[in-house]
Design a protein around this ligand. Sequence first.
Ligand code: ACO
Length: 467
Amino acid sequence: MLPQNGVEALCQALPFRGGASLCRQPEPALASPSVKPVPTEDSEEFSMALARRAFIAGGAHTQYLGKGHPDFIWKRHPDFGKRENPTLEDTLQEAVDGCLADTGVNPADIDRLYIGNFVGELFVNQGHLGSALAGTHPDFAFKPAARLEGACASGGLALLAGLDAIAAGADLVLVAGVEIQTTASARTGGDYLARASHYRRQRSLDDFTFPAMFARRIKAYGERYGLTDEDLAHFAVKAYANANLNPLAHMHSKTCTFEHAKSAHDRNPNFLGNEEFRPYLKVTDCSQVSDGASVLLLASEAGIAKLGRTLSDTVEIAGRGHAVDSLYTDGDMTELTTVRHATHQAMVDAGISVGDLDIAEVHDCFTIAELMSYEAIGLADKGQGAALAASGATALDGKVPVNTGGGLIGFGHPVGATGVKQPLELFRQMKGRCGDYQVGRPLTWGLTSNMGGDDKTVVSFAVRNHQ
Ligand code: ACO
């Protein structure tokens, strides 16, 4: 065991992990949350506490790439016809190589490998990605490797599988996420991505099924609490501003002013075909159709020793949440109930509350999803998510910066990679590796929220920095 002080030892001895919160004095929350943390009495029933501690030892992202990025090859690019965009194989290889270089791990020492991917079969005619991951290094041959799928939460599920492997005795586990989506038009891609909805029931909402589902949420939320285009513009402007500081971001070179985002116009159209929902969603409210991969290395305490590293080189995944709701029903359109369950479970598991958070990565597949995530986590009261964003509290220099690299709207959303990217971003921020978008103060606790479908499969991690 790693050394721990007496107070921590006492906390460990409490009957469930949530008991550790007794040993921390939470700072006041940004707003007194109207959504209460999942009660600790319930936490035994739902406890996901790890049998062995698990740490992120490092990792790498590829460039997140797609329409709007200067390196993305399309018909008006000067290199069109001369070179192609990176394939799934290229993208995965680059991220794995980056992770091996970053951590210095001997590939032969890696015990297991997991990969998150949503619809490789549709965008690039390629399934069986556990085997593709095993093919990224000769020393991976014959090791256990598998793909996990849970729509846009596929990466989060891969990391959960990695944590289970650590709990079962593995010391070093490679976790990857990858998606290539630019092989199809946004409209055709909208059909592929609609596989994350209940296709039989919901596909006909719009050619762009998911944008329409979240436009429906904007409408419902506005009817209950009031919501303007200006309110949502704050989220888009923050996402692009952060991405402009992040060289790996899909939208690194695209600026988005408040003037541009605050209303629909020819360059920011309401693009849905569904007449009921069309007025509620603009292009700037949407995450990107991106290609990209993220890969991280999970380590047990013994794994850290094998790497020749110390605890202070890592961040700990101190809590995790995993909640799934039925594909066949629609919940409350004004809140992300499953996000609430998963994120609160992760915080209880880690023995923290929302007031402890220094930073977060949330699933802003659309601007309304970031707003509702604030409320689901408890960063803002119900109806106050937009006010929190407008206050600047979640900006890079705010009290709890959210999506510092640009989130799904600015950094991009290669869907299978997003759930791996988020905890790796917390690692990078906590270790001071974010360059121009580095938060300028020490960070102790972070939270991720990775959502598959319309609030259906949610994976959350509470991450603690070891300094
Ligand atoms: N005026 C009117 N209509 C326009 C205009 C304009 N100036 N520009 C575009 N449109 C319409 C057109 O109908 C166009 O479709 P068409 O090209 O077939 O005619 C449509 O908008 C899309 O335009 P594109 O140029 O294809 O837009 P782009 O490629 O930039 O894509 C979009 C923008 C549609 C918002 C895309 O980024 C997208 O689909 N994002 C969401 C991705 C998604 O849903 N991911 C899953 C999230 S769910 C989750 O994570 C849980």
